[in-house]
Ligand binder design. Sequence first.
Ligand code: IPD
Ligand code: CA
Ligand code: CA
Ligand code: CA
Length: 249
Amino acid sequence: MKDTHTILNEIIVAAKECGQVMLQADRNNFGIKDKAGKANFVTAYDCKIQEMLQIRLSQILPEAEFLGEEEDCRIDRNAEYIFVVDPIDGTTNFIKDYHMSCVSVGLIRNGKRYLGVVHNPYLDETFSAISGEGAYMNGNAIHVSSDDLENSIVLFGSSPYNTELAKASFELAYEYFQKCLDIRRSGSAALDLCSIASGRAELYFELILSPWDFAAGALIVEEAGGIVTTVEGGALPCLEKSSVLARNK
Ligand code: IPD
Ligand code: CA
Ligand code: CA
Ligand code: CA
């Protein structure tokens, strides 16, 4: 069995290769398809990158199960290792060339977040964490900020296809808006979590996310000294859909 740092470094190399595929994507051949609901897209690149990662990650850690957004994956949920992968987090941004998307790879070990990598190819920023060993961006340690709510940037997400939650999301954002410095909404949950981890923003919430949206980012926030729970303050699951609240303290 490889040591964890070797596994992490190999995942980073794979995520960066996927990032290159994003940067070099042929905008005339995106192969955009609709999924269920409003503005819920998948491109040929989401699928291609997921396939790349499935192959690469199975070489890095052959015994691990693989759960990714773009395919109905049957996994043994009791397996020791499970990769939880979002090939492109921020697909609408990717389609619009908005430069706010990333590759996200989380690794669950024995039911706990164990390792996470989020790579933003546009800024060449790679966020990573191993459980118990701190969080890093391009190899430098990162920490959540110590600003209070009054001096905070608050981030939130609300996918257009979750129409029943949109109003509540914007209402909650408005409540924060009245108390904080300002609000942002990026369109990439994984990058929002990394913004909390690196102290660029102080609080992030989204009322429903899938496990691949937060598998890597939640660990990176925790290892940067932040707190990640459900919006109600409960424990964040590893393999189920959940609301997410991430904050500096
Ligand atoms: C979406 C993004 C977005 C969030 C949505 C997610 P996708 O992921 O993370 O920020 O608001 O809930 O579904 O579909 O672009 O991978
Ligand atoms: Ca996502
Ligand atoms: Ca995605
Ligand atoms: Ca998606």
